[in-house]
Each structure stands twice: as structure tokens, then as C-alpha cells.
Design a protein around this ligand. Structure first.
Ligand SMILES: NC(=O)c1ccc[n+]([C@@H]2O[C@H](COP(=O)([O-])OP(=O)(O)OC[C@H]3O[C@@H](n4cnc5c(N)ncnc54)[C@H](O)[C@@H]3O)[C@@H](O)[C@H]2O)c1
Length: 445
């Protein structure tokens, strides 16, 4: 029986683990398996990444190079672009991107390509797990038939499950091992073996009755965040209109020990998950004749935030008899969130673009991001790339406006307050104490 075969391999750590896609999700995951004694092969299409890993270097903020080197030196980890080696793996975990098409429909091409590679090289006895975030039904409607087409039977020749990834890049408290893992198999055996596998690397596994439940749970989690951030953004605009300090309000509300969970406003949502994942759910819902109104509303509110930040900056400059056209604007922090280098869907891109379209001279400082490119299809201003500027006193002093888009920790906000004339703080990066000692005019979200 395939279930017992795989359970035996997992319990004595002789199961060979293959991970397809070594990005923010796949690299931490494979390193965790190697550190627990499993021999693992990472499959990548990007040769630069395989070269880095095989040289013992990490390119992901939450994975140390020491750990990568240790795994490589001990012969536990190897990265490759050779997919024929999938055949030798007992477990294959798919961690490829799931972006949206321009029409905001799911782009399944990466999952299909990874599934196609598995289909080519699969053999009897393998467990296949999808971790990429996707709509409910993907595992059993899209992947399962690909493997059955090859003549393999579920539970007799292979097992298949979905287990969503919940990694929070840059979060030092919660990392792979202490984030509970939800697992849902297409069959009971698939669930059982997958739960056993993840039990070797995480403290807590929560098994559910199907892959669809696990797929839906992940989308519920991220849709919950998108909607609550949307509400926080609307509350920020509302408080602003009423002349009330948004941040003081949310701090006060958060003292309630039950029934309230604080979410914070910001310049817009970014990253590979929150702006995208709810669309996977609403797309699938539409196919069943259901219109998910909360998702649309949250998207509407969240997508106005970059324009709102530009409006705040424009009005503040106007108060000083300055136009955006010709103003020098320093964007502080361009990554989509604090202390990481990820630029995907970062709202700073839209803010820079809108300001450049209005004629501003825009530059940025971000210790994590050396260059920002504007090659996406929606650029309306100049498409010239920008390069990280060193944050000298002159740079701050000569800027007509400083917009804090991302509140990285290593930045000396006291110095900004001392030298800048106008600051738009979209993240509450400036503490009351820093603001009190400031010479600058400060506009807050
Ligand atoms: N980044 C996060 O915080 C996060 C959190 C939870 C879930 N997720 C989900 O996990 C999935 C992966 O996200 P990520 O952030 O790791 O993406 P990523 O872009 O950082 O990594 C994906 C990797 O897959 C590689 N790749 C693409 N096609 C491939 C193929 N056919 N074969 C092998 N490798 C291939 C890419 O080169 C890249 O290195 C997505 O579905 C995402 O929604 C991401």
C-alpha cells in the first residue's frame, strides 16, 4: 500500500523531498525539511537561484546563508533546473507563483507547467502537494486529472493534497516551524500522509476533510485581511475628514480584549498575496453565479489609497504655495512592507508613478531595494528606473516633501524630522516623541 510505504519513508527520514519553486515560500520550506534530516532537491527555472543555493547562499530574508550552507555541505540540499530528477523524489511540493492576468482572472500557467513536469517524470509511490495559493477546486479539478491521465490511480499509485503556505516574510516571531499548517487531501490517505509529513517540520498540523476546504481556508484568511485593511483605510479617511487622529483611535479600540482585532491603514496593499488572493475566490464564486461584494468593496477602497496619499502630499505642498510639478519628493521606503525587500504590487510604485505623471522630481531611499523598475503595463508617468539614494542631510533638506511609504526599522526618523520641511507619514512611523521635537510640518494618514 502506497500509504504505508510513504509513512515508512517519512518516519525514518528517508523520504526524498522535491520542492518546485524556490522563492519566498519554497526556500524556507525546503531548508526546514533538510534541517530535519530529509534529503531534498529544489527545482527552479531560474538558474541564478540554483547557483546561489548550491554555493550555500540565501537570497530570502528569513533564511540564513548559514543554514543553506549547512544543508548543502551535509549533502541534504541541492538545487537544480533538471526536472528529470522529479522521478527520484518520494514527495513533490509545488510552490510556484499564482499571479493574476491583466483581466484579474487567475493565472494558472505556473501551476500547469509544474504539474506538466510532474506528469512527465512521475512514478508509482509519490505524494504530490500543492502549496501555491489558489481557488477551491484546483487540486482535484486541475492537478488530479493530469496525473490520472497518465494512467496512475489515486491511493494506489499516488497521493495528492493541498496545504496552504502562511509564511509572513520578515516576521521574526512566526516562521515555518511555529505557524500551524492546514492540510487537506483529495483522499483520506492523502490527508493522513501529508499531515504526518508536515508534522516533522511544524509544531501543529490541522487536517481538514478535503483539498477544497484547505484551499478555501487560505483564501478566507487573506480575504479577511484585505477587507479589514480596507475598513482601516476607510476609517483613516473618515477620521481625517473629522480631524481625529486615526492612530490614536485604533490604539484605543485595540485595548478591548475581545471582539476587536486592530488593522492599520497605509498607502495601499502590496505583496504577492493580499492584493491578489481575494480575486481567486471571487473569480471562482462568479463561476457559480455568486457575486462577492465585500471583496469588490475592499478592492475599491484599497486601490484608492495611492491616489489619496498623492492628494495629501499635493494639498500639503499647495499650503506652502508649491506645485507638485517641479517639486522634489523623497519617497522613504518602497518595499511593500517593513524590513523586507519585496517590491511586488508595492503601493510605492503607484505613488511614484502618479507623482511623476504630475511632473514631480521623485527619488527614493530604501535600505533593502537598490533599484525600482517601472516595466509594468500601467505606468502613466516616466518609466525610467530609479536607484536607491543615500540618505544624506542634503537629500532630506533639499526635498520639498518626504513621503514615508514603508516604515523600515533601521531609518533614523528623528533626523528626518529635524531636517525635512514637510513629511507625509502614511505608516505612523513617527512616534509622538519624534514628532514633538520636529521642525517639519507633518501630515499623517
Ligand atoms: N510570499 C508570501 O508571503 C506567500 C505567503 C503565503 C503563500 N504564498 C503563495 O505561495 C506561492 C509562491 O509564492 P512566492 O512568494 O514563494 O513566489 P516567488 O516568486 O518568491 O517564488 C516562486 C519561485 O518559483 C519559480 N518558478 C516559477 N515557475 C517555475 C517552474 N515551472 N518550475 C520551477 N520553479 C518555478 C520562480 O522562479 C520563483 O523562484 C504563491 O502561490 C503565493 O501566493 C506566498
Amino acid at each position: 500500500m502506497i500509504k504505508e510505504e510513504l509513512q515508512g519513508l517519512i518516519s525514518d527520514r528517508s523520504a526524498r523531498i522535491g520542492v518546485i519553486g524556490l522563492g519566498y515560500v519554497g526556500l524556507p520550506l525546503i531548508v526546514e525539511f533538510c534541517l530535519k534530516g530529509f534529503e531534498s532537491v529544489g527545482f527552479e527555472v531560474d538558474e541564478a537561484k540554483t547557483a546561489e543555493i548550491n554555493a550555500g547562499r540565501s537570497y530570502i530574508v528569513d533564511v540564513t546563508s548559514e543554514n543553506v550552507k549547512k544543508c548543502v555541505d551535509e549533502g541534504k540540499l541541492i538545487a537544480t533546473t533538471d526536472f528529470t530528477r522529479l522521478n527520484a523524489c518520494d514527495v513533490i511540493i509545488i510552490c510556484v507563483p499564482t499571479p493574476l492576468r491583466k483581466t484579474k482572472d487567475p493565472d494558472m500557467s505556473y501551476i500547469l507547467t509544474a504539474g506538466g513536469e510532474i506528469q512527465k517524470y512521475m512514478r508509482h509511490g509519490q505524494l504530490i502537494i500543492l502549496e501555491s495559493t489558489t481557488y477551491p477546486g484546483t487540486t482535484d479539478e486541475v492537478l488530479l486529472p493530469m496525473f490520472e491521465e497518465k494512467g496512475f490511480n489515486l491511493d494506489e499509485d499516488f497521493l495528492i493534497a493541498f496545504s496552504p503556505e502562511r509564511v509572513d516574510p520578515g516576521n521574526p516571531q512566526y516562521q515555518t516551524h511555529n505557524i500551524p499548517k492546514v492540510v487537506g487531501g483529495v483522499s483520506a490517505d492523502s490527508t493522513e500522509v501529508s499531515a504526518m509529513l508536515y508534522g516533522t517540520i511544524v509544531d501543529q498540523v490541522h487536517a481538514v476533510s478535503s483539498a477544497r476546504v484547505a484551499e478555501a481556508a487560505k483564501l478566507w484568511e487573506n480575504t479577511f485581511r484585505a477587507i479589514n485593511i480596507g475598513m482601516a483605510n476607510e476609517m483613516a479617511k473618515l477620521c481625517n475628514a473629522l480631524g481625529i487622529d486615526t492612530w490614536e483611535v485604533v490604539r484605543a479600540a485595540a485595548t478591548k480584549p475581545f471582539g476587536f482585532m486592530p488593522f492599520y491603514p497605509g498607502p495601499g496593499i502590496g505583496g504577492h498575496c493580499i492584493p491578489l488572493d481575494p480575486h481567486y475566490l471571487s473569480w471562482k464564486a462568479r463561476q457559480h453565479g455568486f457575486d462577492s461584494q465585500f471583496i469588490s468593496l475592499a478592492e475599491q477602497v484599497n486601490s484608492t489609497m495611492p491616489n489619496y496619499v498623492v492628494e495629501l502630499a499635493t494639498n500639503a505642498l499647495n499650503d506652502e504655495r508649491k506645485a507638485v510639478n517641479g517639486s522634489k519628493i523623497l519617497i522613504l521606503g518602497v518595499a511593500y512592507k517593513k524590513d523586507i525587500d519585496d517590491m511586488r504590487e508595492s503601493p510605492a510604485l503607484s505613488i511614484i508613478d502618479l507623482l511623476r505623471a504630475d511632473g514631480a522630481d521623485v527619488y527614493y531611499h530604501d535600505p533593502f531595494v537598490p533599484v525600482v523598475t517601472f516595466d509594468h503595463a500601467y505606468t502613466i508617468g516616466e518609466a525610467e528606473p530609479l536607484y536607491n539614494k543615500e540618505m544624506t542631510d542634503d537629500l532630506i533638506r533639499d526635498s520639498d516633501c518626504v513621503i514615508i511609504c514603508t516604515e523600515h526599522s533601521g531609518v533614523d526618523y528623528g533626523r528626518i524630522c529635524e531636517l525635512a520641511s514637510l513629511i507625509v507619514d502614511t505608516r505612523n512611523a513617527l512616534s509622538a516623541e519624534t514628532r514633538n521635537g520636529s521642525n517639519a510640518r507633518i501630515v499623517r494618514l
